[in-house]
Design a protein around this ligand. Structure first.
Ligand SMILES: [Zn+2]
Length: 173
């Protein structure tokens, strides 16, 4: 087993884990910042500072519309998760997760998923189909889907067009 050391990341202003085995791999610095995805640690745009790795909430313009959480360092976006929540019907739909290529495989995607799930812990989660992209397939295989990959929108989410037309046929099967 590889040894893991915990420390404080100066760059990210967050605790970090240093995996010595990963550190030895070429092209990887082996450092992940450890980000707490809890609701209380997610901030809004007006609280973004220049330094530090932060989860920034971009609320939807309308109730059940699509909102986002971004993993950012200042104004640099490392990754983003987009999702829709309906508090009336307690349904959540995960629309997509995107992590910048150079920041992949350090847990950014799973932090983003955890941050979204933390916003709607007792909701019924479904996801848009994952598709054939091998990066996306490998990502979800690694962290586990948050719900069935057949979206189950409520009337508000249908009204907000959360599920694109090409995925809507799935409900008829
Ligand atoms: Zn609803």
């Amino acid at each position: 087993m590889a040894r893991v050391r915990q420390g404080w990341s100066q760059d990210y202003r967050a605790p970090e884990w240093l995996c010595e085995a990963c550190y030895a791999l070429p092209g990887r610095d082996g450092v992940w910042a450890l980000i707490d995805p809890a609701l209380s640690r997610q901030i809004t745009e007006d609280h973004v500072d220049e330094y530090g790795l932060r989860l920034v909430l971009l609320p939807p313009l309308t109730g059940a519309g699509i909102g986002a959480v971004q993993l950012r360092m200042g104004h640099t976006i490392f990754g983003e998760i987009r999702f829709s929540l309906c508090g009336i019907d307690r349904r959540a739909i995960l629309v997509n997760v995107e992590v910048e290529e150079k920041h992949r495989r350090r847990g950014a995607g799973s932090v983003l998923v955890a941050a979204a799930v933390a916003r709607a812990a007792r909701f019924e989660w479904t996801m848009l189909p994952i598709g054939q992209d091998p990066v996306a397939v490998a990502f979800w295989a690694r962290i586990g889907a948050v719900g069935p990959t057949s979206p189950y929108p409520c009337s508000h989410q249908v009204e907000q067009k959360v599920v694109p037309a090409q995925f809507q046929w799935t409900q008829w099967w």
